[in-house]
Structure formats: structure tokens, C-alpha cells
Design a protein. Structure first.
Lengths: 287, 566, 260
């Protein structure tokens, strides 16, 4: 016996108690509910086998593609099924994908190749993305910081950036330096991606490219600060990094906020150096 | 009553956001026309993305000549040579354009050109591919280019009917899903790119949205469908659902086996597993009929991928591995994949000339109406499509239709060139809908929903009008369909117009279109009296007659199919 | 018992010394021989890969080389270090990349990386059956209190990369200490530490959500398994005037429930 709590409009849940085989796909279940129980039950699906990316929903808070997920894959016998975009659901299990589709426009969302016929294409994982929105709607930065472009858009941007003949690299990077540093590295996108893509790797790759820009942004300075700290000490030194980023005066409030920790005897004032620091410095130098 | 309805006015209106629709829209927008794509799903959710194997493109002149001949040969005499020539010769340009715009085709380092993969019915490996996700890769690029060209997208609008002003198509009206309200789209030229109607069948590789809405709209507007009975059944659909196992698997070396583990295709065709699709499908059907199928009911054969080196399989067919793993929990390197023929592609559709103009019953262009992609019948596929030609057709003829529509689109001075016709049509639609909501004596006791009817329709079509046709089966099928139509008329809707997110209404309208197209299909199939290509008649009346097209028209409340010379 | 290599990470050494002290004391109490190399450097803090991936791999490979000198098992109390070290070890299973990194290491005067050291997180190490049985003998139920176990993200995600599944381990240890466990809705939620500077909005919202949940559940204590989470949650809790739960590393929690 599986108990389903399915989101309907206005924070109401329909409760179904059903005897279902554990290998039944979630989507098959939705279809059965629509044909047998309630013909007005709304959800979206298209290809039914994981290619189109239409049917993403959240089950007990975990985003999945309904067509690829079996009922038995959840330990709990009670499944709380909600739309993917549970923050602003439309109706039943339908999500508003417009913000997600719009997120791609943070960067120039098309190739702008230079001259030359038959340029060798750059193989990219991005082509395997189905734009299902799972990474976008499970990302905390998307929820709280409207500056962030979102994992899927960055994966795509990286694909264009990796083309050496691209003519819009500059404007892509300028957009990136504003739109990729909001990632908090929680790895949810990578965890839940039904295609096994690695958006965090793309975010890192785009951030590396951002360092080539002549102007600094908060994000690039932050990276450089930590890099230099490791170069000097072999460790991350918080005071050093704060001064690097905010300057002497700017960093004072931040450093003073550490005072309570000092009083709790948790802070070592003298900086710690790794032994054999020369090796580290050598490793961090350019080849 | 529709005074407050939203009206969108544009130069070129493209219905459907698949690859053909996006190609048409990009071409029209690049010609400087205000272009709108209206579709029931977001373009990126369209079914073109499910095309896996690849896109055919001969990169040299000699190979193009060969491509032309092979396409015509596979088409069993129903191809239009002019159309095929355009298709095959424009292929290089298409590949180069997509390459330039960033589609990451698999690359052949030694030849410094996109890698070709062998495909059915072809003598040289000329199917260019991106893993086994070619359709999706092309769709991404096409969508980017359409956005870049300034195309506007209106999605989740379910279109109901074309609007006619005199003989000219001036637009279309439909329901916006979010609001449930009627909306009008008024345009100087309308391009139909709504794809096929695979959802007619129980076992299909098509998505649930492939309900042939464009073809139904065209029929209702008096435009005939050509060769509607010619439906390709892909030989390898995953058992039992029919999800597509790409022909690329056999292109890479997979082999079909029957119950005795015999690689039976060698007995049927000289190209064995890479025979044209109609031949492979028929061979599988024959094997099953002779009791050489697997399973309790002997209703599937197996596809053996074990001779493909695993690294190659992972690199070139990752989707296939993913599909079998999620659906059946088996892996193609160790297990054989159960397959059955699955409804795949409609060769027929709205008849078109070489520039994408829709043609009426006597072969004249319908003013203002164009068609492209699977819903069109340009004549390149004849009676049997070659694998890999559909993506090519969608781009080549989509672009041509877009260019023609942009060049010929009527100048719209006024916001809506035919407000009366539009409101009239919408009002009659609303009236009809009200009928389905009211509780009259007909509906008493009926608990059926549109989806019940759809499921039954699928069963009828699979049983009486799929891989093997006979007149007797057609008669039985028509009788069942008539009964089903009566039951469908008793279905009742909970909500009508104005109800936001009315899935039930969408199901209802799609089912209505499907029932309509099913009747057209029976009418066309009855008229085709002998086997040709993908159409196989067991009670062959006579063979060897001069090839002909069928034209199915909706006239005075019934379908009429006539033969037309090529 | 085999000697383990203890990798403390930067933060316990500089500004979370209570955790550092607790970790060392706990290992001593358990009579587990351990070595901590003074040569250890930062794991990159999750940000070095944003500057240069090869340098990131080389730096961590160096850490692993020093670990290999002293033992076969590396244990770290920091989730981010754990994730980055595992990521390096996984990436260097690729022969070509490993020889490239080894050339770099040799040029800097470091030995070859051989890939023989196993990397474990302190929590999973402590909860593994043989260590847990040692703990059972040492821990006396000290004080019953409401505790919210908080895992954070890098101990679990990405689960395709990380070899250990920490599910339930923290609860297991806390039950041993006699705690009333108040489970979180999602104990693997991100604390936002890595976005503190670049996305304070997200970081604060995430941390506030954790603190609010603790308040809702009337927890006096949140137990963490990563110094970064602990620091982030604690410093945020000081900025507002909401009830301040105690943020205690799991090692300290265990120590507190032992005989002095």
C-alpha cells in the first residue's frame, strides 16, 4: 500500500491510497489517476522516456523525472508529490518554466562563430541537457539571489565559451562575471541531474575564464584572494583573504566580527604556515 | 463575446515549434518579417528532440546523386524526383550551417568532416550524428537561431481551427492554457508544422502530444491530405511501450534475432539488418506470424547489440543504454533488447509544392497556407521514408516554406483582416463546447472520459489499421470507430472555456482530432488497393498498377478519398 | 590498530581550534594512533578549482602523497576537505592525468602520487562498527537535551563521487550521547558558507532557515560535522537577536559525554 499526497492548487493535497507495484513509474501512476480518478488532474509529460524533460516533479522534496522514477525507489511508503517549482506553482503538478527558460538569456544564447567553413565542433556535454529545470528549481541561489544565472544556463554558456572561434567571448564573460559567482557550491544540481551532467564543473570552468577579464569583480577577487592566501601560507588565512578582498578598512568589520571567537579561545592569532611551503608555491606557479 | 480576446497580429505565423517550425520561423524572421511561433508545448519540448539516429547529408556531389537514387528507390515509386533532388543537394548547406552555429556533430579526424554512420537502405555511411541525440542537438541550435533572428514564441496555446477569409487563410484561433480564454492569431501567411499523429496508435515511438492537430485543422478547412494511409512503422520499438530504439543501433552493427536466435534479416533482404525500414518491419511481422517470436505470446523479437564494442556503444549510443536501463533494467552489452515494430512517421500529410505552399484538391496553392515537416507531404519520402531523411526534410523544406511565406505574405494593414469570420468560428466552437458540458439525455449514465475513448481508439487502430491491411479489417475497424464516435459524443466536460489549465478540455480536443484523423485514415486506406512501401495489404487486389497518390478530403460531413496521378 | 593520518583542514587550525582540540583528544581517548603532517596544505577550500584545476589537483595530490608516507587511511573532520580530496583521488585514477600531475609534483620536489590511500570523513569513521563499539564503552549518557543533527552538503553530495553514505551516522552517535534527536526536514541542506562573500543573500537565507528550524524545534544545540558549517551558522546566529543555539562539532559532543 502506497500513500500518495499529491499537490493540487492552493496548498491542498489529494490523498490516494493505492496498491501499486513498486516498479510502476511515477508518470504511469499520474496517467492512471487522470484516466480513472480525476480527469482534471494536470501534469505535463510528452515523450514518456526521459528525453523531452517535461515531467519533472518533486517527490518528498527530491526533484525527479516522473517518467524515469519508480515508486519503489523511495524508502518511504508515503510520497508527497509537488510541482518542481514548488515556490510558485501554477496548478496541480504544473510548474512555471518561464523563469527557467528566461535564464538562458543571461548570456548571449547562441553561437557567434568567426569565419571559416567546416570548423571542427567542440564536443560538449551540454548537448545532453534536456532543459528539464531540475537543477534550476533545486538551486538555493536561484531561490534567494536573482543575480544567479542558474546551472543549466551556465552549462550552456560554457559550451559556447569553449569554442575558440567564438566572437562573443568578451560579452559572455562580462555577463558571467556578474551571474556565476552566486553559486554556493551545494552540488544539488549535480546530485539531481537526471542526465548525470556536472554543472558544478561548468561553473568552475566559466569562473576560470572570468579570471582572464581585465576588470575585477567581487567574485574574481574572492578567488584570487584565496589563491594568494594558499600561495603565501599553504592555508586559507581568513584575515589575509578579508584584507585582500575588502582592503584594510573594509575588512575591519569582518575581522572584528571574529572577536567573540577569539574570546572563546578558538582563534590562533599567529598565522599558520604549512611546512615545506616552497613545494606548495612551486606547485601553484604557472608551468 | 470575444471582444476582449487577445489578438496577435504578425506577418508569418508558424504553427508548431518543432524543427520544421523553427527552421521556417528563422527563415521568415531573417527575411525581415514579424514572425510568431505558436505551439501547444514549449518548442524545446517538441518531439523533434526524440529523433535519435542522425540527419542524412551527402557531402560530395557524387554521393548526393547516390543519395537521390537511394531515396527514390526506397520510396517505392511514390517520390517526387524534384523534391528529392532539392532535399539531397541542399543537405551539405544544412550541415555546414548547423556546424557553424555550434551543433557538435561527431567528427571524423582523418577526413576532417562530420562522421557518417551507416543507416538503413543506404550504401554509404552518410548519416551525420550527435551521439544518439541528434534531434535534440539540432533543436537546441535551431531554437537559439530562431531566438537570435527575433522570432516570438507563444507557447501553451492549443489551436482549434484555421480562420478563412474567402479562400485565403488569414489566421488561427485557439485556447491559451493558462487562462482558458480564446485567442486569435492573425497573419499574412500561416505555416503548418505540427508533426504527425503517432498518438493514434497503441504502440508508438511518438510522444503523447503527437496528435496531428495541424492535419486535422487543415482537413476541416477543406485542405485535403495526400497519402495519409502511408504510415511508417519503425522496426525497432522497445517492447512493449514502443519507445524508439534508434536505427543507429543497427547502423553500428546490431542484429535482429528470432526465437531460434537466428539473424533472420539475411533471409529477407540483401542488405540484411540495414534494409529499408518497410522491409525490416515486414520481416519482423512475418517472423512473429510464423511463431518465431519471443515471449509467452511470441510477440517480440530481439535486438542483439553485443557485437558492438562496449566503448563504442557508450560513446555513440548513450541514450539507448540509458533507455534500456531505466525501462527494462537491462544493459545492451550483456542482454538482448526486446523490440517490436512501432508507429513512427506519417509519410503523408498536407500536400505541398517544392516551396512549401499547401495544395488544394486540384493541385492549386491554397492562398496563405504553407506546410513543412512531418505534417506536410512534399513527396520526398514516397511510400517509405529512409531513416535520417526526416530531420533533413524538416530543415530543408521548413526553411523553404519560411522563405516563401515571407516573400508572399499578405500585407496586413488592419489588426485583423477578418474579424467577423474569426469571431463566428470561435462562437460556433463555444456553442459546440457548451453542448458537451450540458447534461442531456444522451449523456445519461456515461462515465467515460476523453482519455478512455482515446485508449480505445488506439486499440482499434492498432488492430485494424496498422502493419497489415485487409478490406475486412477496415470494415470492422470503421464499424468500431463509428460506435466509438457515438460514445465520445456522450462524454461530458466538467469545465468549459475560461477555465484555466483545463487539461480535460485539451484531452478532449486532442481526442476529437485523433478520431477525425482515424476516420480519414480508414478512408484513405480503403482506397489504396495494393501494397506499396510501408503500406502492406494482405488481400492484395492487384499489383503493378501505375503508382498514384490518394487525396482524402472532408466534404459535407464525410471523408472522400480519390486517386490522383503523380 | 593501524595508524591513521589525520587531516584537520585549515579552519580547525586557525579559527575553530575547539574542534581541532576535540578531534585530537577524542582520537587519543579512543587509543587510535594517528599522525598529522605539518606539511599538509589547504585543500583549496572549494575555490582553488575556480582558479586552476590542474593546480588544485596538484596541491591535493601533494597532501595525499604526504598521507601515503604514513598510512593507508586518511581521516578528515571537514566535509569540504573530504570532498576535494576524494575528487582528486578519483580524478587521478586516470593514468594520463596522474602522470601529468606526478611530473608537476616531481618538479616541485614531491614524491609520486600512487593512489593507495583511502579517504574517510571523521563522522563516517566514528560511526563505523569497530570504532563505534569503542565509543560505546567510553560514552556515558551525560545530559539529555534536544539536538538537531545537521550534516551539510559536502559530506553527501555529489553522491556519485563520494564513496560513503553518511545517512543516519550522526543520529547514531547522538543517540549514544543520550540526545533527543529533532530531525531536520533536510539535514543535507547547504549552509551557504561558500557563498558568504559572493552571494550573501543566499548564504544568509540558508543559514537563517537552519536557525529558524532549530528554534521551531526548540533545540538548544545543533550538532555539525563540518567546521565550515559550524562557523557559518554560529557567526550568523550572533548577528541577530533570535535565540542562539549552541553549535557543537560532533567530536566535542562525544567528548562531553565521556568520563573526564
Amino acid at each position: 500500500m502506497t500513500i500518495l499526497r499529491i499537490y493540487r492548487s492552493d496548498k491542498n493535497y489529494d490523498i490516494h491510497r493505492l496498491d501499486i507495484k513498486p516498479e510502476t513509474k511515477l508518470l504511469t501512476l499520474f496517467e492512471q489517476i487522470r484516466t480513472k480518478i480525476d480527469s482534471t488532474f494536470a501534469f505535463s509529460s510528452e515523450c514518456r522516456h526521459g528525453i523531452c524533460g517535461s515531467c519533472a516533479v518533486k517527490v518528498n522534496g527530491i526533484p525527479v523525472l516522473a517518467c524515469k522514477t519508480e515508486i519503489g525507489s523511495f524508502r518511504s511508503g508515503v510520497l508527497r508529490i509537488e510541482p518542481l517549482n514548488s515556490a510558485s506553482p501554477k496548478i496541480d503538478l504544473l510548474s512555471d518554466f518561464e523563469p527557467f527558460f528566461q535564464s538562458f538569456s543571461r548570456f548571449p544564447d547562441f553561437a557567434e562563430p568567426g569565419h571559416g567553413e567546416n570548423t571542427r565542433p567542440i564536443p560538449s556535454d551540454a548537448v545532453r541537457c534536456t532543459q528539464c529545470g531540475i537543477c534550476f528549481y533545486s538551486c538555493p541561489s536561484i531561490e534567494f539571489d536573482d543575480g544567479f544565472a542558474g546551472p543549466a544556463a551556465i552549462v550552456k554558456a560554457e559550451r559556447f565559451l569553449s569554442d575558440p572561434t567564438d566572437r562573443l567571448t568578451r560579452s559572455r564573460l562580462e555577463a558571467a562575471t556578474e551571474n556565476v559567482y552566486q553559486c554556493v557550491k551545494c552540488f544539488r544540481c549535480e546530485e539531481y541531474c537526471p542526465r548525470g551532467l556536472k554543472p558544478e564543473h561548468s561553473i568552475e570552468a566559466v569562473r576560470r575564464r572570468c579570471l582572464t577579464l581585465p576588470e575585477d569583480s567581487l567574485g574574481t577577487v574572492h578567488t584570487k584572494a584565496l589563491f594568494d592566501s594558499i600561495f603565501h601560507y599553504g592555508k586559507i588565512n581568513e584575515v589575509f583573504a578579508a584584507r585582500y578582498i575588502f582592503g584594510f578598512r573594509g575588512s575591519l568589520p569582518l575581522i572584528l566580527s571574529g572577536l567573540p571567537f577569539l574570546f572563546k579561545r578558538r582563534v590562533r592569532i599567529r598565522p599558520v604556515f604549512s611546512k615545506n611551503i616552497r613545494e606548495i608555491r612551486k606547485l601553484l606557479e604557472d608551468e | 463575446m470575444f471582444r476582449n480576446s487577445r489578438v496577435t497580429v504578425c506577418d508569418v505565423l508558424v504553427i508548431g515549434g518543432g524543427l520544421a517550425g523553427l527552421s521556417a520561423a528563422t527563415a521568415a524572421a531573417e527575411a525581415g518579417k514579424k514572425t510568431v511561433v505558436v505551439s501547444k508545448n514549449h518548442p524545446l519540448r517538441s518531439h523533434s528532440a526524440a529523433a535519435a539516429g542522425g540527419i542524412n547529408a551527402a557531402l560530395t556531389e557524387e554521393d548526393a546523386a547516390l543519395h537521390i537514387e537511394e531515396t527514390i528507390a526506397a520510396g517505392c515509386g511514390l517520390c517526387s524526383r524534384n523534391a528529392v533532388e532539392i532535399l539531397c543537394r541542399e543537405a551539405v548547406g544544412v550541415i555546414n550551417r548547423f556546424l557553424k552555429n555550434g551543433t557538435p556533430f561527431q567528427w571524423n579526424e582523418t577526413r576532417n568532416e562530420p562522421e557518417g554512420r551507416p543507416f538503413g537502405a543506404m550504401s554509404t555511411p552518410r548519416t551525420r550524428f550527435v551521439g544518439d541525440r541528434t534531434g535534440a542537438a539540432l533543436m537546441q541550435t535551431a531554437f537559439e537561431q530562431a531566438k537570435k533572428a527575433g522570432v516570438r514564441f507563444e507557447y501553451s496555446v492549443f489551436l482549434i481551427d484555421l480562420i478563412k477569409h474567402g479562400s485565403r487563410m488569414t489566421g488561427v484561433y485557439g485556447i491559451r492554457f493558462e487562462t482558458g480564454a480564446i485567442e486569435f492569431f492573425s497573419a499574412g501567411a500561416v505555416i503548418l508544422a505540427t508533426g504527425g499523429a503517432g498518438a493514434l496508435f497503441d504502440i508508438t515511438s511518438n510522444g503523447i502530444g503527437s496528435t496531428g492537430d495541424g492535419a486535422a485543422m487543415a482537413l476541416r478547412a477543406g485542405v485535403p491530405l495526400r497519402d495519409w494511409e502511408l504510415i511508417q512503422f519503425h522496426p525497432t520499438g522497445l517492447y512493449p511501450s514502443g519507445f524508439l530504439i534508434s536505427e543507429a543501433a543497427r547502423g553500428e552493427g546490431a542484429i535482429l534475432r528470432n526465437k531460434n536466435m537466428e539473424a533472420f534479416m539475411g533471409r529477407y533482404h540483401e542488405k540484411a539488418d540495414l534494409a529499408p525500414r518497410d522491409a525490416v518491419t515486414r520481416a519482423i511481422v512475418t517472423e512473429l506470424k510464423c511463431g518465431r517470436g519471443f515471449g509467452k505470446r511470441g510477440d517480440f523479437v530481439l535486438l542483439d547489440c553485443r557485437n558492438i564494442p562496449p566503448e563504442r556503444l557508450f560513446a555513440r549510443l548513450p541514450e539507448l543504454c540509458d533507455l534500456t536501463e531505466t525501462v527494462l533494467h537491462i544493459h545492451p552489452t550483456t542482454h538482448l533488447i526486446p523490440v517490436i515494430p512501432t508507429a513512427h512517421y506519417f509519410m503523408g500529410g498536407v500536400a505541398c509544392d517544392l516551396d512549401g505552399r499547401a495544395l488544394d484538391g486540384i493541385g492549386f496553392p491554397v492562398p496563405g497556407l504553407y506546410a513543412a515537416g512531418e505534417c506536410a507531404c512534399t513527396g520526398v519520402h514516397g511510400a517509405n521514408r529512409v531513416g535520417g531523411n526526416s530531420l533533413l526534410e524538416a530543415v530543408v523544406f521548413g526553411t523553404r516554406a519560411g522563405q516563401t511565406a515571407a516573400a508572399e505574405c499578405a500585407d496586413l494593414k488592419t489588426p485583423s483582416s477578418s474579424p467577423e469570420a474569426a469571431t463566428e468560428a470561435a462562437a460556433s466552437f463555444n456553442e459546440r463546447l457548451t453542448l458537451f458540458q450540458s447534461d442531456n439525455e444522451n449523456s445519461r449514465g456515461s462515465v467515460e472520459t476523453p482519455l478512455d475513448c482515446r485508449r480505445e481508439l488506439k486499440e482499434i487502430m492498432s488492430a485494424y489499421c496498422s502493419t497489415a491491411h485487409t478490406t475486412v479489417r477496415h470494415k470492422q475497424g470503421i464499424a468500431k470507430l463509428t460506435l466509438l464516435n457515438r460514445r465520445f459524443a456522450r462524454c461530458r466536460l466538467k469545465n468549459g472555456l475560461g477555465q484555466p489549465f483545463n487539461t480535460e478540455l485539451k484531452d478532449f480536443l486532442e481526442t476529437e482530432n485523433l478520431l477525425f484523423l482515424a476516420a480519414a485514415l480508414f478512408s484513405a486506406a480503403e482506397e489504396r488497393s495494393e501494397s506499396v512501401g510501408a503500406f502492406y495489404r494482405e488481400d492484395q487486389l492487384y499489383a503493378g498498377a501505375a503508382p498514384y497518390h490518394t487525396a482524402t478530403e472532408w466534404r459535407k460531413g464525410r471523408f472522400l478519398t480519390e486517386r490522383r496521378p503523380l | 590498530m593501524e595508524t591513521i593520518v589525520f587531516f584537520p583542514g585549515c579552519m580547525p587550525i586557525s579559527i575553530a581550534r575547539h574542534q581541532y582540540r576535540a578531534e585530537r583528544k577524542l582520537l587519543k581517548k579512543l587509543d587510535i594512533p594517528f599522525i598529522e603532517c605539518p606539511e599538509f596544505s589547504c585543500c583549496g577550500g572549494g575555490h582553488l578549482q575556480d582558479a586552476d584545476e590542474v593546480k588544485f589537483l596538484a596541491l591535493n595530490a601533494r597532501n595525499l602523497v604526504y598521507a601515503e608516507r604514513h598510512g593507508r587511511l586518511l581521516v578528515t573532520g571537514c566535509s569540504t576537505c573530504y570532498q576535494n580530496l576524494v575528487r582528486t583521488a578519483e580524478a587521478l585514477k586516470d593514468e594520463t592525468l596522474r602522470s601529468r600531475i606526478n611530473r608537476r609534483l616531481n618538479a616541485a620536489g614531491v614524491d609520486d602520487y600512487r593512489g593507495i590511500v583511502e579517504i574517510r570523513h571523521m563522522l563516517n569513521f566514528l560511526a563505523s562498527p569497530e570504532i563505534f563499539s569503542l565509543l560505546e564503552n567510553l560514552v556515558i549518557h551525560r545530559k539529555e537535551q534536544n539536538i538537531m543533527p545537521f550534516y551539510g552538503c559536502h559530506i553527501k553530495r555529489p553522491s556519485t563521487l563520494l564513496p560513503e553514505n553518511p545517512d543516519g551516522n550522526l543520529e547514531k552517535l547522538l543517540t549514544l550521547c543520550g540526545a533527543f534527536i529533532r530531525p531536520m526536514r533536510d539535514p543535507y541542506v547547504c549552509c551557504g558558507f561558500h557563498g558568504q562573500i559572493t552571494s550573501p543573500k543566499t548564504s544568509n537565507a540558508l543559514t537563517d532557515a537552519i536557525l529558524n528550524e532549530a528554534a521551531e524545534q526548540q533545540c538548544e544545540t545543533i550538532v555539525t560535522v563540518c567546521p565550515l558549517c559550524a562557523f557559518n551558522i554560529e557567526s550568523r546566529s550572533m548577528q541577530n537577536d533570535r535565540p542562539r543555539p549552541k553549535i557543537v562539532p560532533v567530536e566535542e559532543m562525544l567528548l562531553k559525554s565521556m568520563r573526564r
